[in-house]
Design a protein around this ligand. Structure first.
Ligand code: SF4
Length: 312
């Protein structure tokens, strides 16, 4: 069965969490507002591009119109505490769109048109699935659009300010080896590298040799928020190719390791982290770094057992 990069990232962080989320399909306590805001951002930016391609209008205008038309249903989904919080979110979204289209809008539209010709498939999402096979394991990753950029085909995943905890810094070029071979615990960051590896390989199926392929995270971050409601935002982007230079084999081996464990129904984190030799860390690191933020902690036997041990 095909495994998505998000699922593998969850397994990498804690196999039991994978079981709760993807096998038993329990929702846990979600970050509903944050998820809904990211979804809104992706939807309106992609709508801006789709409108521009169909009607020749500026993508920025189409995106702002989409924001207006989707706002009511977004507000119904999100759990805002007050009107003030609602208008704050709207100002954040508007500032984010302005920053985004000011910085990259026209360039990316041009790149999207060229990618559409190269790939002959839908290249604007949101939430496009790129699928491929790595060492006989079927995998996929979700991106928002694909563009031709320089000599490369680049898939873009839009995100918001939460990206800082998930996307590695330039100085983290060996993050995958550090996590998988040296016992560092950074599953979210390594998960983005896994996504990059899958995107790189999947995009390669659309282009001839010599054209590079890559995943890029593009983040819209609010920079200032004044008490009068004025908000300014900036964009930041991270191309992921550099994180794969030395770690392709490490990542491919990790994908196969996780897929085999999942196929065997092995969700016991103590066994996966303490008994198996693939990862050099220990389950203690999961407890120290993940359990306190885990939406499934209330019903998790491992977490309860640990709590009892700590209380003795
Ligand atoms: S509480 Fe800890 S051990 Fe349990 S699923 Fe969450 S991260 Fe894993």
């Amino acid at each position: 069965m095909r495994k998505a990069a998000d699922e593998l990232t969850t397994y990498l962080g804690c196999p039991r969490k994978y079981e709760f989320k993807h096998v038993l399909e329990l929702t846990g306590e979600t970050q509903q507002n944050r998820d809904a805001f990211r979804k809104l951002l992706r939807e309106v930016i992609c709508t801006g591009y789709n409108t521009a391609r169909q009607t020749d209008r500026e993508p920025r205008k189409g995106a702002h119109e989409a924001l207006e038309s989707l706002w009511k249903s977004y507000v119904e989904t999100a759990d805002h505490h007050s009107r003030r919080q609602e208008s704050t979110e709207k100002a954040r979204a508007e500032a984010g769109l302005e920053a985004y289209f000011e910085t990259v809008g026209p360039t990316h539209l041009d790149g999207i048109e060229r990618a559409a010709e190269l790939c002959e498939r839908s290249v604007v999402g949101p939430d496009l699935t790129l699928s491929t096979t790595i060492q006989e394991t079927q995998v996929s990753v979700t991106v928002d659009y694909i563009m031709a950029h320089g000599g490369s085909l680049v898939a873009v995943r839009l995100t918001d300010q939460l990206w800082a905890s998930r996307v590695p810094y330039a100085s983290d070029s060996e993050i995958a080896q550090e996590h998988l071979e040296q016992g560092l615990y950074a599953p979210q960051k390594v998960g983005t590298v896994i996504g990059a590896r899958i995107a790189e390989q999947a995009l390669g199926e659309y282009v001839a040799d010599g054209t590079g392929t890559e995943l890029m995270y593009l983040s819209v971050l609010e920079e200032t928020f004044e008490t009068d409601g004025d908000c300014e935002a900036v964009t930041d982007q991270q191309r992921m190719g550099e994180f794969l230079t030395e770690s392709r084999q490490t990542i491919d081996d990790a994908i196969v390791w996780m897929a085999e464990n999942i196929a065997a129904g092995n969700y016991d984190p103590v066994d996966v982290f303490d008994e198996q030799s693939h990862w050099d860390g220990s389950f203690e690191q999961v407890v120290e770094n993940s359990c306190q933020y885990c939406p499934y902690a209330v019903g998790c036997q491992e977490a309860i057992r640990r709590e009892v041990m700590f209380n003795v």
